[in-house]
Each structure stands twice: as C-alpha cells, then as structure tokens.
Write a protein that binds this ligand. Structure first.
Ligand SMILES: Nc1ncnc2c1ncn2[C@@H]1O[C@H](COP(=O)(O)OP(=O)(O)O)[C@@H](O)[C@H]1O
Ligand SMILES: [Mg+2]
Length: 266
C-alpha cells in the first residue's frame, strides 16, 4: 500500500467539476512530477490535498498511511506527515526564521521541543541544505528575495521531515537560483531523509534539477498519460497539444470498443 493514495478523486468548486476521477499513489522515497497545461486542475489537486475548504470532494478518497484523510483538517494532515509548500509565503513581522521553524515544529508536537534538540536539528538542516547560519536570524520573509523565501521554505521542510511533500508551481516566477534551491533541497531531503515528493508544474525547468522517477500528465481533470522521466523530454519536444490529440484519439477508440480509458503508460 502506498503512503499517499488518491483514489477516483472527483472535486468541484461552486461552478463546476474540476477533477474528474484522479488516481495517484505516492510513497516515501519516491519523487513524482505532475504536469499539465494551465487550467487542467493541478492547483485544485494540491489545494484539495491540503484540505482547502473551497474545494468539495464529491467522489473518491484520499488515504495517508492507511488512514482516510478525505475530510481531515489541514493541521491534522500536516501532523500526520504531509507537507504543503505555500505558494504565497506570508511575512511575519518580528519573527526570525529560527523562531518560525521552532513554532512550526512545536505545532506538530505535544511537548515543545528542547532548546538543545532544536539547535542540533537546525544545525543539521543548515549543513544539509548549505544555508548561511546568519540567514536563520533574519525576520521571516521581511525583504526576502524569491530565492530566500524558498530557502526558508525548504529549511522548514527539512526541520519538519515530512513523509510526503507537495510542491505546487514552485517554479513559476522563480529565478534560476530560487529554482535550484528548491530542486536541490528536495533532492537532498529525498536522498537523506527518504522524502517523497509530488512536484506540480506546468514547465519542465525545475525537472532539470530534480529527477522524478514517475511523471503524470493531467488534462481536463484526469491523468491521461503516465511514465518515467522520458515523458518530460517528450513534452519538451512535442508540447501539450500533440499529447492532447493522441490521448483524445485513444480515448475515443476506447469509447468505441466499450473500454473505459485508463491513463496510457509509456
Ligand atoms: N476556487 C475556485 N473557484 C472557482 N473555480 C476555480 C477555483 N480554483 C480553480 N478553479 C478553476 O478550476 C480550473 C482548474 O484550475 P487550477 O486547478 O488552478 O489549474 P492549474 O493549476 O492546472 O492551472 C480552472 O478553470 C479554474 O478557473
Ligand atoms: Mg496552478
């Protein structure tokens, strides 16, 4: 059984159904990429995994480590070991990066973390991710560059040591340094902590720095194509339109023969 199991997930907003039967399994130690054109439902999936109240699950389920979390509150999901990188990190006046990290850790624990233990963990994360120590004394997001915001986020991820991290569109609008911070951070946490990750992206850029073992392509609320990293290269060559045409043709053939259309595996 995979750690995170998304089964036949149907999600709607007030207006219409966005996800129309998504199946996805992710375990610790696996890096997955979910790619798709704008508007295909990628962020809807990320927000639904987070437990965002605007998205209604009408069918299907989400289980995490064997527990049904379809209806769980966001903080319960985080406590269980799911991590959602925020797309729009907030700035908190007067709170240093280190204090923020301590708060984040304590939110997941019954007892506050001991000073010494916290210091050791922070030191380890700093070394693993190659972060300047002085950075942790700065105020969170106060005048941070895009890259520094991402560094704080990846540090948070290292400290919380989640089983599975979901990163939505972390490459949009990021300069190359910020992108590498995220990509290399994910790769190191994967290699060292056995992190599992779902990297959600429209572009291929980030996938030049972190290598997914599994690639899924989402179109119109369904995963239509799955494969390995060679799919990223194919997308780069052919673009989404070409893939849409092919998938459309095979789905039509399946309807003609009475078979439903599971994603094509390449
Ligand atoms: N909160 C919302 N309310 C209404 N419509 C939404 C909401 N979130 C997303 N949508 C719609 O769902 C579709 C998929 O959006 P989204 O999941 O953001 O796609 P992607 O991240 O792949 O670009 C779009 O048509 C978008 O307008
Ligand atoms: Mg999006």
């Amino acid at each position: 059984m995979a750690d995170l199991e998304i089964t036949d997930l149907h999600v709607r907003t007030e207006e219409r159904e966005i996800l129309r039967g998504v199946n996805l399994e992710i375990s610790r130690g696996e890096i997955h990429a979910l790619m798709g054109p704008n508007g295909s439902g990628k962020s809807t999936l990320a927000n639904t995994l987070l437990g965002h109240p605007s998205y209604e699950i009408t069918e299907g389920s989400i289980t995490f480590k064997g527990e049904d979390i379809t209806e769980a509150e966001p903080h319960e999901r985080a406590k269980a070991g799911l991590f959602l990188a925020f797309q729009y990190p907030v700035s908190i006046p007067g709170v240093s990066v280190a204090n923020f990290l301590r708060m984040a850790i304590n939110a997941k624990r019954e007892e506050p973390i001991q000073v010494k233990e916290f210091r050791n963990q922070l030191q380890h994360a700093i070394e693993l991710l190659d972060v300047d120590r002085a950075f942790t004394s700065r105020h969170l997001n106060d005048g941070f560059s895009g890259g520094e915001k991402k560094r704080a986020e990846i540090l948070q991820m290292a400290m919380l040591a989640p089983d599975i991290a979901i990163l939505d569109e972390t490459d949009s609008g990021l300069d190359i340094d910020a992108l590498r911070t995220v990509a290399e951070g994910v790769q190191r946490l994967h290699d060292e902590q056995g992190l599992g990750a779902l990297i959600i992206t429209h572009y291929q850029r980030i996938l030049h720095y972190v290598k997914p073992q599994f690639v899924h392509i989402l179109m119109d609320g369904r995963i239509v194509l799955e494969g390995g990293v060679e799919l990223v290269e194919r997308l780069e060559r052919e673009g989404y339109d070409q893939i849409r045409q092919e998938v459309g043709a095979s789905a039509a053939a399946a309807v003609a023969t009475g078979n439903s259309s599971p994603p094509t595996h390449v």
